[in-house]
Design a protein around this ligand. Structure first.
Ligand code: ADP
Length: 728
């Protein structure tokens, strides 16, 4: 009778009903609605004492080695067991059984203290002893290469007294007769003495594991050592479904060869321990690595340190992992140190096998905690859990992988949650799936949708507010600009109107003054012509001079009027411009003398060309008159004339009071007078008229001041460039 204690199985205190189902399950129904299922069969886990599973032959028989060093085979179809004892096999120790493509079964081990093998053709065993080779053939040092050659590796204490011992043996099989023959013995120094594991990669290269790893060159059969891998013995070598070579090196790690590069996995990556014992590639492509601390599983991305409970750790050379058809995993233990699953059964066996048939029901996943709305800066913690039907994999041994927004799935980890930091604003979808101990993955991952709210400045109401503020500011500025502009325009119009009123007033007055002035000037000239008395003449000429000034002013004002109404036109004549200028200067010479100003002309001699005599006279007179007027006595006025291309340039330079920079531009404005200089008589229209006349001519006028370093008399220079006028 077998007693299942309540504590170990977690059964309800008072079971009230028991049902035995056809699937070898016992249903236990508790009082408060708990339902339990007990697996009474040997479906998922089964232990076999005293036996080590080795292989399966073509006829479907399963082969085992017994603790007593005999071999048994089992036919699952008929349930028949067959045993072969030492007399049949002719080996004193059997370490491994390997089927080959020739339909043969190869038992390897030792006989009478030396390496030996025995080949079974289905009827009888034929033993070959190799005392020249080694003390035994390594349990994992057996392999069939692609060309059907069997290779065997040396093990045991070095046969130091046998020259050429160690290395590997190659056996060939005659396809026709089935004859088995030793073809090669590759011994040191070319080959290592020990060959503990073999593997063949898709490129046809045979790999030999010893203290170092060797790649046997398929062309030359020469072994080339692989540098860079440390540790001690090679305990196992396998090639995975992708053709990658895996090597387990004791005290070093599990190594994967990828395109001539080695990737080494150690405890830091999730390998349970570096006391490694075997490797096994599973049907789903994942890899098991057994070690003293447990069996680890690699899913192509990450390691699960203990794929089975901790007690499944295995040590010792004779322990091994095997894969049988239908995906059964056999774990062979030869172990008197560890607390193995065999010992757990209470039998005290130290030699036996555990068969595991991975169950196929996937676990369920559920997201427990996930906020719908996540505030800025987008940090959230999501938790989840899973459950495997009937707790086949305990909850704490389930693993989870997650995927955010359809991205890549994360590596599986035992964590029941994850903190996401700084997620971007907007909607997010998180999916989580659980995986059980047999790597069954939940086909319908749980899904949670949540939204990370947008930061303040991206909220619609905030954007609208900013827009409104900016809009009203723009409006305000626009309104201000509009009214300011309007005010300026109004003022300008007003000034223009005032200006026009002023001009038309002066024009009207001028018209009125013109006739009486002619009537004053004419008689005055005549009286001056006949008067001989010096005193009277002086008074008369003063009157004449001032009358002349008034007529100049009057004629200037009338010119403005004519310019504005377009009546003033160019009247070209041809002649010597230098002579015309000197004539104007001559009329001003008396004024210069009165003011004690030295008036000089310098020119190129004659300057013949087309010009407007009246305008030239007015321009020259205005500039020279001003120069004399604004030059204190003792100063000088210097007039020059030069020709540049198709223009002549008139320059009037004085050593007078000069014009400050801030007034330079404005002296050409109508009625503008430099305030400090207004003690000198003037109207402020001379330069403006000059500029308009120059403009009518198509020339340019400019002013510079100061023109000398003398701060008392900085002086000014007016330059006028006027094109020669060609008469059509
Ligand atoms: P005004 O009748 O006052 O001379 P203008 O239009 O001829 O009127 O000259 C405008 C102003 O320019 C003058 O009031 C004077 O201040 C300044 N100005 C003109 N020519 C000279 C000069 N050669 N030297 C110094 N200042 C001058």
């Amino acid at each position: 009778m077998r007693v299942y204690p309540r504590g170990t199985l977690g059964l309800p205190l008072v079971p009230i009903s028991l049902f035995e189902a056809s699937s070898k399950r016992m249903w236990v129904i508790g009082r408060v609605g708990y339902v339990y299922s007990i697996d009474l069969g040997a479906e998922e886990w089964m232990t076999l004492a005293n036996l080590h599973y080795q292989c399966e032959t073509r006829d479907g028989r399963q082969w085992f080695i017994r603790l007593e060093q005999t071999i048994v085979s089992y036919d699952p179809a008929s349930g028949e067991w067959l045993a072969y004892d030492a007399a049949d096999i002719q080996l004193s120790r059997v370490f491994s059984l390997t089927p080959s493509s020739h339909g043969l079964l190869w038992a390897t081990g030792r006989h009478q203290g030396f390496a030996a093998l025995s080949v079974f053709d289905g009827k009888r065993w034929e033993m070959r002893s190799h005392p020249e080779f080694a003390r035994w053939i390594e349990p994992r040092g057996v392999s069939e290469t692609a060309d059907g050659t069997m290779v065997f590796g040396a093990g045991g204490r070095v046969l130091s007294d046998v020259p050429g011992a160690g290395g590997i043996l190659r056996y060939g099989v005659d396809g026709r007769t089935g004859r088995v023959d030793l073809t090669d013995h590759h011994a040191p120094p070319g080959y290592p003495y020990y060959a503990t594991a073999f593997a063949e990669t898709p490129d046809g290269a045979l790999w030999v594991g010893s203290t170092l790893i060797y790649r046997v060159n398929p062309e030359t059969s020469a072994p080339e050592p692989v540098r860079g891998l440390g540790g001690e013995n090679t305990v196992s070598m396998r090639v995975d479904h992708e053709g990658a070579l895996w090597v387990a090196k004791e005290h070093f790690g599990v190594c994967r060869r990828l395109d001539d590069d080695w990737e080494v996995f150690t405890e830091a990556d999730g390998v349970a321990s570096l006391l490694l014992s075997d490797l096994l590639v599973l049907p789903d492509g994942s890899l098991l690595a057994s070690s003293a601390a447990g069996i680890s599983r690699f899913d192509g991305k990450s390691w699960t340190a203990r794929a089975y409970p901790e007690q499944f750790g295995m040590v010792k050379r004779l322990s091994s992992m095997k894969l049988a058809s239908a995906g059964e995993i056999w774990l062979n233990y030869c172990d008197d140190e560890l607390q193995s699953p065999l010992l757990l059964q209470g039998g005290g066996q130290r030699y036996g096998a555990v068969r595991h048939r991975p169950e196929a029901t996937p676990p369920e996943t559920r997201i427990i905690d996930c906020l719908n709305k996540v505030a800025q800066p987008g940090n959230t913690h999501v938790t989840w859990e899973g459950s495997d039907p009937w707790g086949a994999t305990p909850r704490e041994q389930l693993q989870y992988s997650w995927c955010l927004n359809g991205g890549e799935w994360s590596a599986y980890a035992a964590d029941g949650g994850k903190t996401f930091l700084n997620l971007p604003h907007g909607p997010h979808v998180l999916e989580v799936r659980a995986r059980d101990r047999d790597f069954n993955v939940d086909p319908s991952p749980d899904r949670a949708e949540f939204t990370v709210v947008a930061p303040l400045w991206l909220q619609p109401w905030f954007a609208a507010m900013v827009l409104l503020m900016v809009g009203s500011m723009v409006l305000l500025v626009w309104v201000w600009l509009y009214y300011h502009d309007k005010r300026l325009k109004d003022r300008a119009r007003h000034l223009m109107e005032v200006d026009q009123v002023k001009t038309s007033f002066f024009t009207n007055i001028s018209h009125e003054l013109n006739t009486p002035l002619t009537l004053i000037n004419g008689p005055l000239e005549r009286v001056l012509g006949i008067e001989t008395d010096g005193k009277k003449r002086k008074m008369l000429s003063m009157a004449a001079r001032n009358a002349e000034r008034v007529s100049t002013l009057v004629s200037q004002l009338l010119d403005f009027r004519r310019l504005e109404t377009g009546q003033l036109q160019l009247e070209p004549v041809s002649g010597d411009i230098a002579v015309r200028i000197q004539e104007v200067m001559d009329t001003l010479r008396p004024l210069a003398q009165t003011r004690d100003v030295d008036l000089r002309f310098e020119g190129t001699g004659s300057c013949i060309g087309g010009y407007d005599a009246d305008k030239l006279r007015k321009i020259t007179k205005n500039l020279v008159d001003n120069a004399i007027k604004y030059t204190p006595s003792g100063g000088r006025v210097f007039v020059s004339l030069s020709v540049q291309d198709s223009s002549f340039v008139l320059s009037v330079e004085d050593s007078g009071v000069g014009i400050e920079p801030e007034h330079l531009e404005r002296v050409f404005d109508r009625f503008y007078r430099v305030p400090e200089k207004s003690i000198i008589d003037g109207s402020g229209i001379g330069l403006n008229l000059t500029k308009d006349l120059v403009g009518l001519w198509g020339g340019t006028i400019s002013v510079e001041s100061p023109v000398s370093a003398d701060t008392e008399h900085p002086g000014s220079r007016f330059t006028v460039a006027l094109p020669f006028i060609n008469r059509e």
